[in-house]
Design a protein around this ligand. Structure first.
Ligand code: 5GP
Length: 198
């Protein structure tokens, strides 16, 4: 059976990943969105088990010690990690999986699973990013400044991604991501076996 595509999605904090990915998932209900573990406190409206599995630092460390993470990273003072077991199972079942992770984690996934496809979501400009982070109204000015500093560092990682998706309008960004998934599904590696032995 064809293995699913592992799509790693990164993007500057404030680039609109959450909104864009939730629309992608509405259109492609067959996709599996991997829910990460984090030590960050929930933001207003976030639900445990839906947006993240919210855990203490101790519980996170126990999962590291048990070797449960495909990757994990520290980002702006909190830990974030992707559990390995479910992802492998879904890919083996032929299900496409989306991981929404930052760039250090993406680098680890590329190392461990070179077949992964990665994309980076960007706003049309850096000024727009700052405007969106302030507009969100969920983080203090200090946190916003740290997120912008992190974004500047992450910009250097862009070249390691397979695709760069521009979030000028949500519809365009969603369209580009859906197109990437379609194209990746058409790769010869996934289809050659259909005509093996003909
Ligand atoms: P936020 O706190 O805004 O939800 O997420 C902060 C950053 O952590 C985002 O760039 C997000 O993509 C990343 N992130 C979320 N889950 C994971 C994960 O499991 N692993 C890694 N490495 N990064 C993650």
């Amino acid at each position: 059976m064809k293995r699913g595509t592992l799509l790693v999605v990164s993007g500057f904090s404030g680039a609109g990943k959450g909104t864009v990915l939730s629309k992608v998932l509405e259109k492609r209900t067959d996709l599996y969105y991997s829910v990460s573990f984090t030590t960050r406190a929930p933001r207003t409206g976030e639900q445990d088990g839906v947006n993240y599995h919210f855990v203490t630092r101790e519980a996170f460390q126990e999962r590291i010690d048990r070797g449960e993470f495909l990757e994990y990273a520290e980002y702006v003072g909190n830990f974030y990690g992707t559990s390995m077991a479910v992802i492998r199972e879904k890919l083996d079942q032929g299900v496409d999986v989306i991981l929404e992770i930052e760039s250090q984690g993406a680098a680890k996934v590329r190392q461990k699973m070179p077949e992964a496809v990665s994309l980076f979501l960007v706003p049309p400009s850096f000024e727009e990013l700052s405007r969106r982070l302030h507009g969100r109204g969920t983080d203090s000015e200090e946190v916003i400044q740290r997120r912008l500093a992190t974004a500047r560092k992450e910009a250097k990682e862009l070249e390691h991604y397979d695709y760069i998706v521009i979030n000028d309008t949500i519809e365009n960004a969603v369209g580009e991501i859906l197109a990437i998934l379609v194209a990746e599904g058409c790769r010869k590696e996934r289809r050659l076996e259909l005509f093996k032995g003909v």
